[in-house]
Ligand binder design. Structure first.
Ligand SMILES: CC(C)(COP(=O)(O)OP(=O)(O)OC[C@H]1O[C@@H](n2cnc3c(N)ncnc32)[C@H](O)[C@@H]1OP(=O)(O)O)[C@@H](O)C(=O)NCCC(=O)NCCS
Length: 185
């Protein structure tokens, strides 16, 4: 696959969201599938999350070394990484990680999304999630699981519109989304 193109259920290539306005002038965000050569950018992205964002993403207070260890264990056979780049700076400002669970049939994926604090609230998380879900479905995934802390209002709003019920347990919420349906975006 051409590294500059994402294969999605919609059959589209590079995803652009020209509506993202981060100050003036408007900045364009480009979303694409990531590959091994992008891992330094992925590491920089996760290290740049503020401590509460890091906690929300990993459900634990991971230190920098733990983040680097996580990056070292990334296996592209079992993960689909989707990135949102600020086209002007080239910085990876958003990341969706779909962890494929090879032990389950039909295939399931646990999906996590993170956006740098400086870029939140502009639709990047929503766009990333839609592209990541399309990509996972195209890879044969039939269920996407999201886990998040109760009180994480941003991700709760984001997944609320995906159409599956949100289940709650003490402190945690989850959503199991059937995939394989027409494009989500
Ligand atoms: C969750 C996260 C990825 C959302 O990214 P984002 O780019 O800000 O998301 P969007 O701009 O697409 O917004 C999604 C929805 O959340 C809402 N939202 C964003 N920030 C919010 C906040 N602080 N409080 C309440 N709602 C918020 C938006 O209004 C939007 O809902 P709407 O379309 O109904 O208005 C981002 O907040 C983040 O990285 N948080 C830290 C990591 C994390 O919690 N990841 C999720 C668990 S894996």
């Amino acid at each position: 696959m051409n590294a500059q193109h994402v294969s999605t259920g919609a059959g589209t290539g590079l995803h652009r969201n020209p509506t993202v306005a981060l100050g003036r002038p408007k900045k364009e965000i480009v979303v694409r599938r990531l590959k091994a050569g992008d891992l330094p950018a992925v590491e920089a992205h996760l290290l740049a999350l503020e401590s509460s964002g890091r906690h929300s993403r990993f459900h634990a207070l991971l230190g920098d070394d733990a983040i680097r260890g996580y990056i070292g264990r990334i296996d592209f056979e079992r993960m689909i990484l989707t990135g949102a780049f600020d086209e002007e700076t080239g910085r990876l400002v958003g990341l969706a990680e779909a962890h494929l669970d090879a032990a389950t049939s039909p295939l399931r994926a646990e999906v996590s999304v993170s956006v740098l604090a400086s870029h939140r609230g502009h639709g990047i998380g929503r766009l990333l999630t839609a592209v990541a879900l399309d990509d996972a479905a195209a890879r044969g995934t039939r269920r996407a699981d999201f886990y998040f802390q109760i009180g994480n209002r941003a991700v709760a709003r984001l997944v609320r519109d995906l159409g599956a019920p949100i289940a709650t347990a003490p402190g945690f919420a989850s959503l199991a989304l059937p995939l394989g349906t027409p494009s989500l975006h």
